[in-house]
Design a protein around this ligand. Structure first.
Ligand code: ATP
Ligand code: MG
Length: 191
């Protein structure tokens, strides 16, 4: 019922409707210390290349991008991730990169550990097996730090040592002030 004096609009009904699709992706999500270190590199790269820095709480590495997904398929996605049994590892991010086609400045790894490729391979194989459309392009592990950036000479970056013991499923929502991410669930890697 509307409050006294307010017109009967129907807008006071309880709760907004739950969405029937979510924009989803699997990712590596940094611990606090790694996030701080990535953020310092973001500031350093921004001094050289300009553009828009990613908010500190959004930095990540995408492992598999699903895009808009019906919520009924969440159970199937969880089963895919449950099937991944690869080892924990350390990723050393020591190499800045710039992609001209999308004006993104990023931090990546001069050497990708085999465990990282095994994780991406196992996850994408499980997703593909369950009928999800996954990216066929070779995976380049990278943390996007700058958008709409000019790029330029590649500066030396202090290596960021990222201990990776789990991966996450994330829902992405785009608001006028940029992307907002919500970690929905987390899976441990083998120690
Ligand atoms: P916005 O699109 O609002 O600028 P965003 O790119 O950060 O923000 P999403 O588009 O939801 O947010 O993407 C989430 C993550 O998935 C990002 O790391 C993005 O680079 C990656 N991603 C997006 N689209 C694809 C795609 N088609 N293939 C692979 N990765 C993708
Ligand atoms: Mg995007």
């Amino acid at each position: 019922m509307a409050e006294p004096g307010l017109p009967e609009t129907g807008l006071t009904e309880p709760g907004p409707a739950e969405p029937d699709t979510l924009r989803l992706f699997f990712a590596l999500w940094p611990d606090d210390a790694t996030r701080d270190a990535l953020n310092r590199t973001g500031k350093w790269l921004h001094l050289h290349w300009g553009g828009r820095r990613m908010r500190a709480d959004t930095v990540h590495i995408t492992l598999a991008f699903l895009g808009s997904t019906p919520v009924e398929q969440l159970g199937s996605l969880v089963a895919c991730a449950d099937a991944v049994q690869t080892d924990a590892f350390e990723l050393i991010l020591d190499q800045a990169g710039y992609w001209r086609h999308n004006r993104i400045g990023w931090l990546g790894a001069s050497r990708t550990p085999p465990q990282h490729l095994e994780l991406v391979g196992a996850l994408n194989a499980a997703l593909q097996g369950a009928g999800f459309a996954v990216d066929a392009r070779p995976h380049v592990p990278h943390v996007t730090l700058l958008r709409n950036s000019a790029g330029g000479d590649v500066p030396e970056c202090t290596p960021v040592r990222w201990p990776i013991s789990d991966f996450v499923l994330v829902a992405s929502r785009t608001d006028p002030d940029g992307a907002h991410y919500e970690v929905i669930r987390r899976w441990s890697l083998k120690n």
